[in-house]
Design a protein around this ligand. Structure first.
Ligand code: HPA
Length: 262
């Protein structure tokens, strides 16, 4: 039976409507995950929820123990993760309130532990040509049809270290490189999940125009407000997506370690 994990970002510290069946404290060889994992059910589908910043939002993006979070999901038997995050938009055509089903990544992070394979268990190079699970992407796009918040198919996520926001020139350069949205938590989550052969999809909620795109000063208040407004749409989208996810995985994520070891 497929087990689904959901990672909540800024503004999403719990899923209302989730029938809570229990909580699990997990220890990992990499330290402690951000929070207890909430085991629950929505419309008959089991899911496991984790707020990556902690339930009181006291873990900043650069201090999140990404390895422990993903390892914990694996330990609980999760084989698919839907990851929700707040982002700033870089590309013309996107605006606050939009939801993007991500399909590519530009990783600009510098100081994060970004692999489970640091030599002790052999040398592993996973394929990351398509960073997000193709099967889950299709399901999320389908589940997003007709929602009040428009759901966009495909987008390149620029992952930055944070916690500061970007300069206008940084955003200009990310645009030239093909970035569509910018956020602080999407990496190394996606590649760590791939290293454990877990399907991973990214749903980004556009909370603001990125630096220099709007002439206004960026504030955390506007980010949190936008996230609050998008919560209902995200919940509806997730519920629909759960009903469309097949039991058996039909993608390549489950074989990520095949022919990946030296
Ligand atoms: N930049 C980086 N991370 C973010 C932003 C942003 O503009 N908005 C929400 N998360």
């Amino acid at each position: 039976m497929s087990k689904i994990g959901v990672i909540g970002g800024s503004g999403l510290y719990e899923i209302k409507g989730l029938t809570l069946k229990g909580k699990k404290t997990i220890s990992t060889p990499f330290g402690k995950p951000s929070e207890n994992y909430q085991l629950g059910e929505i419309n008959g589908t089991d899911l496991i929820f984790l707020p990556r910043h902690g339930k009181h939002h006291d873990i900043p993006p650069h201090m999140i123990n990404y390895r422990a979070n993903i390892w914990g999901f694996k330990k609980l038997g999760v084989d698919r993760i839907l990851s929700i995050s707040a982002v700033g938009c870089i590309k013309k055509g996107l605006k606050p309130g939009n939801i993007v089903v991500l399909d590519q990544v530009l990783d600009m992070t510098r100081n994060r532990k970004s692999t489970f394979y640091d030599g002790k268990d052999g040398v592993v190079h996973i394929d990351f040509t398509e960073p997000y699970c193709a099967e889950l992407q299709k399901i999320l796009v389908k589940a997003g049809r007709g929602l009040p918040s428009p759901v966009k198919k495909g987008g390149t996520y620029v992952a930055v270290e944070g916690p500061r926001l970007e300069s206008a020139s940084e955003i200009k350069s990310f645009a030239l490189l093909g970035g569509d949205v910018v956020g602080m938590t999407g990496m190394p989550e996606a590649s760590l999940a791939r290293e454990l052969e877990i399907c991973y999809a990214g749903l980004s909620v556009v909370a603001n125009y990125a630096a220099g795109i709007s002439k206004r000063k960026l504030t955390v208040t506007e980010v949190m407000e936008a996230m609050k407004e998008a919560t209902e749409s995200i919940k509806t989208l997730l519920k629909k997506a759960f009903s469309l996810i097949p039991q058996e995985r039909g993608c390549h994520c489950k074989d990520a370690l095949k022919e990946a070891r030296i």
